[in-house]
Design a protein around this ligand. Structure first.
Ligand code: SF4
Length: 243
């Protein structure tokens, strides 16, 4: 019969939207991911692209400092393409794979100048032609810099979506496709921000703090075999005040 399944689908969608709303309230109290900070400070697609490239496999604090050093010297494709690769590598050190990233940054800036008139294209297919830019980076750039629809799925989004039981997938690409079917479009641009912040502070890769989790009642905890200690209330408060 169709009625029970429709009722169940409505209930699941309600729970999912309610879980996202709760996450939005909680993550607003915590320090934002570095790309969000860069976008809020200056909503320049070029800075957002470069900060996202730097952030791959790198802690946010390290990316933040590297991006500030780099943008103080070069904040346009022209200026960055002129920098010798070794200088670029020194400026962004110690982000992960800094030598490789310096090479990609320079080549990407040259291609932006040659093919796109020095502007960052607002198109995922065009963005992934740039060296060092994969679908994850491209998705974050089009959603954050151009406010186009999309879901940027990184390891946090992939892991947490599966733990919550929102999707059952093996790769971030599968997760991205599945989330488009599960999540209302109004949440797409924000899902990365909410789940990355959540993954950095609470639903960590190992030992998630399920005891502190305001959406635990809505979480299937798929694959969670051990949890971390809850934070004492005072510590939770001081962390929240850092935002
Ligand atoms: S209950 Fe645990 S596994 Fe589920 S979202 Fe919360 S922290 Fe993550």
């Amino acid at each position: 019969m169709s009625r029970p399944s429709h009722a169940s689908a409505r209930s699941t969608d309600f729970n999912l939207a309610e879980a996202i709303r709760r996450l939005r309230r909680v993550v607003a109290r915590w320090r934002q991911p570095v790309v969000e900070r860069v976008a809020n400070e200056k909503p320049d697609p070029f800075r957002i692209l470069i900060a996202t490239m730097l952030s791959l496999r790198t802690k946010d604090e390290t990316t933040d400092e590297a991006a500030r050093r780099l943008f103080a010297v070069a904040s346009t494709p022209e200026a960055m393409a002129r920098l010798p690769e070794k200088r670029l590598a020194r400026l962004i050190y110690p982000v992960g794979f800094y030598n490789q990233k310096a090479c990609c940054l320079r080549a990407a800036c040259s291609l932006l100048l040659e093919r796109f008139g020095g502007r960052v294209p607002a198109d995922i297919d065009a963005l992934v032609t740039l060296p060092g830019v994969g679908r994850k980076v491209a998705n974050l750039v089009v959603t954050r810099a151009f406010h186009l629809p999309g879901i940027c799925v990184d390891t946090h989004v992939h892991r947490i979506s599966n733990r919550l039981g929102w999707v059952v997938t093996k790769t971030p690409e599968e997760t991205e496709r599945a989330l488009y079917d599960r999540i209302q479009p109004r949440w797409w641009p924000y899902l990365n921000l909410y789940l990355v912040t959540w993954g950095q502070h609470c639903c960590r890769p190992t030992h998630p703090r399920c005891g502190d989790c305001p959406i635990a009642a809505r979480c299937a905890r798929v694959g969670v075999t051990s949890t971390g200690k809850s934070r004492p209330p005072a510590r939770r408060l001081s962390r929240g005040l850092q935002a």
